[in-house]
Every structure is written in structure tokens, then in C-alpha cells.
Design a protein around this ligand. Sequence first.
Ligand code: DCP
Ligand code: MG
Length: 651
Amino acid sequence: MSSSPQRSFQHRDSSPAGAPGRKRSRFTYRHLNQMSTFTTSCPLRVIGHLDLDCFYAQVEMVRLGIPEDKPLAVQQWQGLIAVNYPAREFGIGRHCTVTEAKKLCPDLIHQHVATWREGDEKWAYHPDAAENIATDKVSLDPYRLESRRIMATIKEQLPPKLQKVEKASIDEVFLDLSAQVHAVLLDRFPELANPPYNDASEQLPMPSTTALDWQADALVDLDDEQAEFEDPDWDDVALLIASKIVRDVRAAIKSKLKYTCSAGVARNKLLSKLGSAYKKPNMQTVIRNRAVQCFLSGFKFTKIRNLGGKLGEQVRQAFDTESVSDLLAVSVEQFKGKLGDDTGVWIYNTLRGIDTTEVSSGTQIKSMLSAKSFRPSIGTIEQATRWLRIFAADIFSRLVEESVLEHKRRPRTMNLHHRHGNQTRSRSCPIPQGRPLDEKTLFEIAQTLLNQIVSEKEVWPCVNLSLSVAGFEEGVSGNMGIDAFLLKGDEARALKEEPKESKNVTQPPTAKRRRVENAGGIERFLTKRETTMVNRDTSDGISGSGAGFTDDLSPAQALINSGKPPIISHVCPRCDAKMESPEALLSHTDWHFAKDLAEEERVNQAFANRQAAAAASSRASGQKSGASAGPKRSARPKKGTERGQSKLSFG
Ligand code: DCP
Ligand code: MG
């Protein structure tokens, strides 16, 4: 446990009024107190974001006992979905095919992901998986399992009553460290415990520490160079303590599970996430409050979460720039005029590093999907049924993995999606509540839906089948165990006789998409943590995290506090597009599939020329490590000594 990080700084004797001659802190006793309740508008808030380095690649390296310096990539069919840092030095990235990558680095180890094989009871690492795209389906279970072990290690490392941990995706975690840091502050600085005259609006004394030792952390330059010579305030001390906690968490993950991760520590989720990507691998970046504007100004705004897609493009067109600095000159009224009130306010805040999104510790999975695109297509109900078994097993194992059942939340509906040529059919029905739920039950319900679909004319050949469960809600009251959810086979069979709510979705995917795109307001662009878990052969189960609107540090707060939460959405793991329902997401992912096929054709053609050019340019640059900057890395140049690192000594 690291509830009380070792003293990484010393302090002089302090007095409640602060050291003689020094001004009072910018922060009040009320602000300090807000830390203990995770108040999202607290200006002393401290948030950590951890992102595993080349996650799937690390999982395979640890599993196979491959030394850290060996180049390795994780393969899915002929493509790469994760590339370790040694391999990135050869210019290999997710954009490469296996053949391209091997040309760049003949020693590359390329490990195919585990697959479910048609008719198998369980997924496995099949040596011939890449040649069996027709009969295999990717399983991401090994990574989900490791993701859970990482979460468990993080939670063990933090004091149980003071932690708030949000799993943001398969390899990302947010930590609200405010309450823990609050406890450490009171322990180390007893003068903070008693507000003078019981007046919570009284400013705190200045910290008795005049210099902080940030150890190996990357520190972002301050907005104003002179600010480096100013004494640290409590927000700096809070970030320092948080940074030590995060360092300890990372060390625990490394020592227990052998994985490295990078981290960002800042006052909110928006900034801490940018921080974790700032220096990779195995580094952590602290963004002090006085450094926020300088930090953000170095980015293209399209690097900021929720600004990478359509909204970012809209902003770029409206203001003819991609730079954060340029947009800082734009007033909130101008943003509102061009983008609408909500979006305008949200952008205005985001560009200033303002984000009060909560770190949410609950499991909020909204739906789960398991799907397979068939190349070649399948032509019989027996074949389709074999796939339904795999989908049911896949979804059930994820229900268990994600502790959905333990949290007494269970899906209320099941949907089966079937594609024949351009025609998509979809059937859904309720999953009976108050009765146990297991893999066999899921399969039997799916089979019922399939029977309904195939009773129609012209359903074969089928090019895509997707099974999803949705409508997760609280299961039962009281403390019934997981066993209580197990549904007996005969009850499941009885279900087949029950009337079913069904619908037939035959319109092309684009119709749905257009409807989503036309929905107005900022909500379209924002991701909430309620999410669809997707397991398709072309995607993963990454979920998103939310974005918020206000922060009470903002001078414009009164003007721009919309207080409107983002709506729930279903997020495409491929492109982050937000869909209104699992069905819309299915249509949308089908569209990706079609695009992938077209792209595959195009890539095959272009490949011979491209790989030669890539190899030549990588040799010419002679700068192997530069090539390791993945898509998530900041464009900011690396600096030698971090400002503040060497200068600061103990006071
Ligand atoms: N992933 C995927 N397809 C994508 C993006 C990611 O299958 N288009 C999977 C593989 C990654 C994992 O999700 O290992 C985590 O995604 P990240 O974006 O965090 O990428 P990595 O962890 O691989 O690299 P980094 O070190 O840049 O975080
Ligand atoms: Mg990662």
C-alpha cells in the first residue's frame, strides 16, 4: 500500500499563517476539504491517467518470455494491431502488413492473436490462425484477462476507502487521487487541519516547502518562465504527492505483472490523458496548473480527446487553423456563434484545459457485441449455429470478466444481426429477468433469433453475423450471489414459446448513420463511459471516457457553466464515432468492414512501392528512435533537462 508515500520533500517548521513575509496560498480551506469528497470542481483536484505501453505486444512478450529488447508485433490476420517499442524503431506501425513489417525488420516476432475456431469450445493460440480467417474468430480474452489483473493490482496498491479508479479502456485507467492526497497533506502538514476561526473561505497558509523534488518525472514547462521562481503552492504539492503515488502504482504493476505503463498527472482527466501520451514508454509526465496553457499550446487541437474526428474538422474549417494557440484568441461568443452554445462552451473550456468530468468507478458497460464477417460467406444454418455458440461463449466470458454479473447488472435484450448481400436483417428479444443466465441460455436465445431470420426467403449466403446483448440494468435487489443468475436449460427453452418483440432492420447502414450525424448538439461528439464492448475480427473492446464542461478555476465560469452532462452513446472502437444504439453501431461497423475490404485491395496494389520507400526513408533518416513516436505521441520536441527538475532543491 502506498497510502502514505515516503517524504519526497522536506519542510521547515510552519505556522498556520505561513512563513513570515510570505503571502497566503491561492487556495482556501474549503478547496482543501473538497479534495476529500472528490469534488470535480475542486481546484486542488489531482487525477492520474495510466496507459499501458504497446499493451497487446507486452502481454504476448510476457506470456512467451520474450526479452524486452526484441522487436515484436501482434498480428491479426495479415495486419498488425500492436507494435512494441523496439519494433517501432524500424518504422513498423499499426499501418503495416506483416509482410511490410518483416521487410523492415526480418527478425520481427509476429504473434497472431488467439482465435476461436469454428466448432471449438474455447479460444486458443492457433499457429495457423492467419490462414484461417474463414473459420477463426479473434479472441481478445487474453488481453482482457491481463487488463483485469492490472486493475486488481492498481486497486490493491491504493487505500480502499480513498480510491476512485475508472477503467477507461482495455489498457487505460483514470485515478482520482484527491482523497488520498488530502489524507497525506493533513498527515504531513498538521496546520492544514484546522481552519482558523472555522472560516472555510480563509486562504490556506503557503506550503512550508519552498522547493519540490519531482524525481524522474517529466515536467511540462510553465506558462511563464518567471513562474519557475515562484514558491510552489498547494496545487504543486498535491501534484507532487499524486505523482509519487502514481510512480508507486506503476512500480507495482511492473514488479507483479512485468508490464510497463506511462502516466500523466494533472488536475483533470483531459490533461492527465494528454500527459500519459506525452512521453512513452515507461515515463510519467506532470502538468502543473501553471503549465497547462504552455502544454496545450504545443498541441494541434485535433490531438485532444473528442476533437480528433468530425467536430475537430468542423472547428478547423470554421476557424481555418489546427493550432490551440490560434484558437485561444477566439471568444466564447464566437465559438457559440459558429458551433452552437453547448459545443462552443465546451471547446472554449477544453482549449483552456478545463474539464470537470468525474472519474467514475462503477462498471457501466452498456452493451456487448460479438461478430464475424465471413470471407468466404457461409451458406447453411448449421454453419451459422456453430458461430452462435462461439458468440454466446464469447459474450458470456466477457460478462464474467467484466464482473457484470457480480455487479448484479445483466443485459435485458439480445439482438442478432444478419447480412446477406446488401440486406441486413435484425431480430431482438428480451432476455428473461429474475432467472439465472449462462452461456447455454445465451446460445439458445440466439438460436431462436436465427431461426426467425432464416425462416425468411433469400437469407443465404450470409456475409456477416453479429450477436449483441444490451440494456444492462440492475439485476435483483438484495445480495443474491452469482449462482442466482444461472438459467436452467428448460427455462430457456420455455422462452422460445414466449412472444417476442422483434424488428426487421432492412435499411442500409448509411440511413442510420445519417440520422445519427444529423442529431444536433455537442452530445454527438462526446463519449461517456457507458459503452458498447465490441468483439469483432476487425476491432477490440475499447471503451471511451467522458468529457465535461466546467471548472471553477475558470474566470469565465459563471458565463459558461452549462452543467449539461453528455448523453450516453455507443462508441465505435475503430473511429470513436458515437452511435445512438447497439444497432446503429452494428450498421456502422459493417460499413467499416466494407471499407476495410476496399482498403485491403488498395493496399495490396500499393504495397510493393510503399515498403521500398518506407525502408529507404527510414535508412536515410538514420534516426531510428524518432520513428518510435506512435500515433498517440505528441509532436512536441523532446527536451534535454526538464525545467524545474534540476533547479529545485529542498527549502
Ligand atoms: N488496439 C487495436 N487497434 C487499434 C488500437 C488499439 O487493436 N486501432 C489495441 C492494441 C493495443 C491496445 O488496443 O495494444 C491499446 O491501445 P493503445 O492505443 O493504448 O496502443 P498501445 O498500448 O499498443 O501503444 P501505446 O504504447 O502507444 O499506448
Ligand atoms: Mg497503450
